[in-house]
Design a protein around this ligand. Structure first.
Ligand code: NAD
Length: 453
C-alpha cells in the first residue's frame, strides 16, 4: 500500500491530473467503462443480495451517470479562478480564490449501494483533479470484484486504483499519509476513520448514518404519504442510510394510517422471486435485525428465513422510545410506529437525540414546515416525500453532528476534494509606506482613519 500511495503521489506531483482536459477525458472514459460493465455489475449486485436490475439501475447507475454528466458539463465553471475584492490597506492589488486538487485521495465505500457510494465520490475526486484509491466494501464480494476488475483494466493505478479488503486492509490504508479521506459507513467506524485521519492531519468527509425520523401531521395527504413511505422504507430491504427509520404519526390518524400501510405494503408485492425486494446482506446482519423485533408489537410481517437472508417488510406498533428497536439505526425492513398528540413533544424528542442524517415531514401546513426546518438540525430532508433529495445534484448531500461531516454530489463533491487557495497579486510600481518602520504618530493616525476606527 505504501508503494501504491508513493506511486500516486509521484503521478499527482507530475501535474498530469491538473488540466481540465485530462479530467474531462478521464470522466468520459469512466462513463463509457461503467456502461460497458453495467450488465456485469448488475449481475454482481444480484449475486450479492438479490437486488433486481430495475432497482440497481435506479439506485446505483442513475446517480453515477447524472453526476458524471454534470461534472463534465460544469467543470470549467467550478474550477474557475474567482476574483474577489481587495481591501484598502492592500491597494493596489488583485485578490483571487483558486480551487486546487488536494492530491492523493482515499474513498472508502459502504456495501448497501456498492456502486453509487464508491463511484460518485471517485467521480468528484477525479473532477477536482486528484488521484484516487478506492476501497469498496468486503461484504459485497461480487460487486467489489467486478469494480476492481473494471478499474484495473482501464486505469493506471498511479491515477485510479482499487484496494480490496476488510478491516485489516482498511486499517493499513488509514495509516498512510493521504491528502483526503472520504468515508461512507457507520458511525462507530466513522469514529475510527476520524481518529486515524487526525493522526496524520488529513481532512475528511464522513458520510455516516443514524436514525432518520418521519413525522406525519394530522393534515398530511395520507394516501401519498403512505405510498412514498412504503417505497422509501422498503426499497433495498430497508438497507438505505436515509430510509425513514421510525414514524411519528398523530394519534387522530393512526388507525387510517395503519390500514393504508397494510394495503400499500401488500400492493407493492415485495418478494425476491419478482425482484422487487433484496436480501439482508449477511446472516449476521439478519440476526441483528431479528433481535429488534418484539413479536407482541408486530402489526405486519416479522417473518424471516435465515438461510435465504430474507426478512419480510415489518411494521411494529405501540412502540415506546425505550424499546430495542429505538436504540440504534435499524438499517433494515423494520418500521416502528409511535404516536403523538403534541407536536412540540416530537420536536423535543428528535432534538434530544443525535442529529439525524435525514428528516421527513408530511404536512400541508406552512407554519409546521417552517417550525421543523428552523428548529431541528438534520443533514438533509424533505417535506412530503422521502429519499428523493439524494438525487438532486444541486443539493449538497451529507450529515451533521454524528450523522456526518461535510457533503458531496454535484459541485459540493468538487468542493469536498478541493482546496480553495487564496492568492493576492501585487504590483511593484506603488508602495504603501504606512506599515514600515520607523513607526510614527502620523502613520498611526492615518491607518486608524483608513480603517475608520
Ligand atoms: P461500515 O462502517 O461497517 O463499513 C464501511 C467501510 O468501512 C467498509 O468499506 C468496511 O470495510 C470499512 N470498515 C469496517 N470496519 C472497519 C474498521 N474497524 N476499521 C476500518 N475500516 C472498517 O458500514 P456498512 O455496514 O458498510 O454501511 C452501513 C452504515 O453506513 C449505516 O450506518 C449507514 O447509515 C451508513 N451509510 C451512510 C451513507 C451516507 O451517505 N451517509 C450511505 C450508506 C450507508
Amino acid at each position: 500500500m505504501k508503494a501504491l500511495i508513493e506511486e500516486q503521489k509521484k503521478y499527482f506531483n507530475s501535474n498530469i491530473t491538473k488540466p481540465l482536459s485530462f479530467r474531462i477525458e478521464q470522466l468520459r472514459k469512466l462513463k463509457s467503462v461503467i456502461k460497458e460493465y453495467e450488465k456485469e455489475l448488475t449481475e454482481a449486485v444480484f449475486k450479492d443480495f438479490q437486488k433486481g436490475g430495475f432497482n440497481t439501475f435506479l439506485s446505483e447507475f442513475g446517480g453515477a451517470y447524472t453526476d458524471l454528466d454534470k461534472a463534465v458539463k460544469s467543470l470549467s465553471k467550478w474550477a474557475k479562478l474567482k476574483r474577489v475584492g481587495t481591501n484598502m490597506l492592500n491597494f493596489p492589488a488583485g485578490s483571487y480564490i483558486l480551487p486546487e486538487p488536494l492530491g492523493v485521495c482515499l474513498v472508502i465505500g459502504a456495501w448497501n449501494y456498492p456502486i453509487n457510494l464508491t463511484l460518485v465520490p471517485a467521480i468528484a475526486a477525479i473532477a477536482a483533479g486528484n488521484t484516487v484509491v478506492l476501497k469498496p466494501s468486503e461484504l459485497t464480494v461480487h460487486t467489489t470484484a467486478v469494480l476492481a476488475k473494471m478499474i484495473r483494466k482501464n486505469f493506471d493505478p498511479a491515477f485510479f486504483a482499487v484496494v480490496e479488503g476488510g478491516i485489516e486492509e482498511t486499517t493499513e490504508l488509514l495509516d498512510q499519509q493521504f491528502d483526503k479521506i472520504f468515508f461512507t459507513g457507520s458511525v462507530p467506524v466513522g469514529r475510527i476513520v476520524y481518529q486515524a485521519a487526525a493522526k496524520n492531519l488529513v481532512p475528511v468527509t464522513l458520510e455516516l448514518g443514524g436514525k432518520s425520523p418521519l413525522v406525519i401531521a394530522p393534515d398530511a395527504n395520507l394516501k401519498i404519504c403512505v405510498k412514498r413511505l412504503v417505497w422509501g422504507k422498503f426499497v433495498n430491504a430497508g438497507q438505505t442510510c436515509i430510509a425513514p427509520d421510525y414514524v411519528f404519526v398523530h394519534k387522530s390518524i393512526e388507525r387510517e394510517f395503519l390500514q393504508r400501510l397494510k394495503i400499500e405494503i401488500e400492493a407493492a408485492k415485495f418478494s425476491l422471486a419478482n425482484q422487487n425486494y433484496a436480501q439482508i446482506i449477511s446472516e449476521k446482519h439478519l440476526d441483528r435485525l431479528v433481535k429488534m423485533i418484539e413479536p407482541a408489537k408486530v402489526f405486519i410481517g416479522g417473518n424471516y428465513n435465515r438461510p435465504n437472508r430474507l426478512l419480510s417488510p415489518t411494521v411494529m406498533i405501540n412502540v415506546s422510545p425505550d424499546d430495542k428497536v429505538m436504540e440504534d439505526e435499524i438499517f433494515g425492513p423494520i418500521l416502528p410506529v409511535m404516536t403523538y398528540e403534541d407536536i412540540n413533544q416530537v420536536v423535543s424528542f428528535i432534538k434530544a437525540r443525535p442529529k439525524p442524517l435525514a428528516l421527513y415531514l408530511f404536512s400541508e401546513s406552512k407554519s409546521l414546515q417552517k417550525k421543523f426546518l428552523h428548529e431541528i438540525s438534520f443533514g438533509g430532508g424533505m417535506v412530503n416525500d422521502v429519499l428523493m433529495h439524494f438525487v438532486n445534484d444541486d443539493l449538497p448531500f451529507g450529515g451533521v453532528g454524528t450523522s456526518g461531516i461535510g457533503n458531496y454530489h454535484g459541485e459540493a463533491g468538487f468542493k469536498a476534494f478541493s482546496h480553495y487557495k487564496s492568492v493576492m497579486r501585487k504590483n511593484t510600481w506603488f508602495e504603501f509606506p504606512l506599515k514600515y518602520y520607523p513607526y510614527q504618530n502620523w502613520k498611526f493616525s492615518l491607518i486608524k482613519r483608513l480603517l475608520g476606527v
